[in-house]
Design a protein around this ligand. Structure first.
Ligand code: FES
Length: 118
């Protein structure tokens, strides 16, 4: 169907156990997905992937952290982004670009949306 989004999946870790070893709780790690750097964080609610720089003023989000409400905190101005929705909860302005994640039997995958025919 023309114009409908599809998702291409990329294996980031070979197993969930490996992901849990590499990703400390609530602290992001940079990973490469299809030639693009994204941040990944493991929280008690799961695995989340999002853009490398803050949508507010481009702070490097690798220096941020997730809080007990499953929000990600930017280190520069402490804006809080809901990891489930991407919405910014401090001022209600910008939104964090997120990537879907999926735990499968053969690893942890991050998805990238693409438009086109399928
Ligand atoms: S740069 Fe992230 S909140 Fe301002």
């Amino acid at each position: 169907m023309f114009g409908k989004k599809s998702i291409r999946w990329f294996k980031i870790f070979s197993s969930v156990e490996k992901a849990a070893d590499v990703l400390p709780l609530n602290k992001p790690v940079k990973v490469e997905m299809d030639g693009e750097i994204v941040c990944m964080v493991r929280t008690p609610k799961g695995y989340f992937a999002f853009e490398e720089f803050c949508p507010h003023a481009k702070a490097p989000l690798i220096d941020g952290w997730a809080d007990e409400h499953n929000c990600f905190i930017c280190p520069y101005h402490r804006y809080k982004f809901d990891l489930e929705t991407g919405f910014e909860k401090t001022c209600g302005g910008s939104a964090l670009k997120r990537y879907p994640t999926e735990v499968r039997a053969d690893g942890l995958f991050v998805g990238k949306e693409s438009k086109g025919w399928f």
